[in-house]
Design a protein around this ligand. Structure first.
Ligand code: HMG
Ligand code: MG
Length: 298
């Protein structure tokens, strides 16, 4: 059963730009967000209040939020790794944050300098303080479908980690295929495991990277299971600096093309989006890898 409507959670300015070797000027980031707004995206994940030494590409997080021309009804989440990050995000006026945990021990260590259990203990006060400040919190879970150091990750482990994020107050979890290795049967199995554990499907989003070209097939499998929030990045920008083998996210244009064909409501103007990714490709000096961008760009 496919959903009637899908919320596209655009992560290009955050997941996309955090992985570019070049640091994009703040003004270009702001124009990028404005263009995504104009194209109708309901959620634009804007930046990240992580340690500037870890991700120098997003060290202008406060400036970006300060310069933002907020469009009514649009959400502009920012990532926060810890209490320090939340403080910085709150002073910048965020209304939406996301914490990010790993389903595996190895990636918790590399991405957060933390152990698997420690990361949840550290996030608990972050989530509590965010909620007290009236801020919504999303919880990412990385390495859900495979980990470069540990290999396979069991669905049982993923469900238990996901429930920890929901129980501490995240309103939604996003299941991350950080290195893009998932295939559709696996997606279905993980979602079935969440269903068996009584986690409402509405509280689950999916976040696929396209390393092995499976992101769209995986998304379709998730839609068939009733998922209605899908993460993607304009033009397929992205990756993760702490997981070397990862490439870009599912391209928003590829997602929109499929949703359009399936008759699923999404609210995005595909032409404006393609123009945006073409422009961004010029800024970065490399064209978008998205087949839909290539097919539609003039
Ligand atoms: P750490 O070195 O363990 O930090 O890093 P610490 O707590 O020991 O603090 C060391 C110093 O950093 C202190 O300063 C802190 O104040 C400062 P000092 O007292 O020495 O002067 N500090 C900060 N400064 C600014 N902002 C902060 C902050 N925190 C501490 N937030 C830390 C721990 C979590 C900070 C670090 O590991 C980090 O920043 N990690 C972020 C890594 C990252 O951004 N990864 C990419 C995002 S996740 C992702 O892409 C996956 C996703 O897309 C889903 C998927 O695909 O799976 C979401
Ligand atoms: Mg990602």
């Amino acid at each position: 059963e496919l959903p009637e409507k899908v919320t596209i959670w655009e992560v290009g300015p955050r997941d996309g730009l955090q992985n570019e070797s070049e640091v994009v000027p703040t003004a270009v980031k702001l124009e990028f967000v404005n263009r995504l707004n104009a194209a109708g995206l309901p959620v634009v994940e804007t930046t990240s209040f992580v340690h500037p030494k870890w991700v120098p590409q997003l060290s202008d997080a406060a400036e970006v939020l300060d310069g933002l021309a907020r469009k009514p009804g649009v959400r502009y989440p920012a990532l926060v790794p810890n209490e320090r990050g939340l403080e910085r995000a709150l002073s910048a006026g965020v209304e939406d944050v996301a914490v990010f945990a790993s389903a595996t021990e190895s990636f918790a260590e590399r991405n957060l300098n933390s152990s698997f259990d420690q990361q949840f203990a550290a996030f608990r006060p972050v989530v509590r303080k965010a909620l007290e400040a009236g801020v919504r919190v999303r919880g990412y879970l990385s390495m859900v479908f495979g980990d470069p150091w540990e290999g396979q990750v069991s669905a049982e482990r993923v469900v238990s980690a996901g429930r920890r994020l929901l129980e501490m107050g995240c309103d939604q979890i996003s299941l991350g295929d950080t290195i893009g290795v998932a295939t559709p049967g696996q997606v279905e199995a993980v979602l079935r495991a969440f269903r068996a554990a009584d986690v409402p499907i509405g509280r689950i989003g999916v976040h696929f990277h396209d390393t092995y070209g499976q992101a769209l097939a995986n998304t379709y499998a998730a839609l068939r299971m009733g998922v209605s929030t899908v993460d993607s990045s304009a033009g397929g920008l992205g990756g993760c600096p702490y997981a070397g083998s990862a490439t870009g996210n599912l391209a928003t244009e590829d997602l929109v093309w499929m949703l359009q064909g399936l008759g699923i409501e999404h609210g995005v103007d595909l032409k404006m989006l393609v123009d945006t990714s073409t422009w961004m490709g010029e800024q970065l000096g490399k064209p978008s890898p998205s087949p839909v961008v290539k097919a539609l760009a003039r």
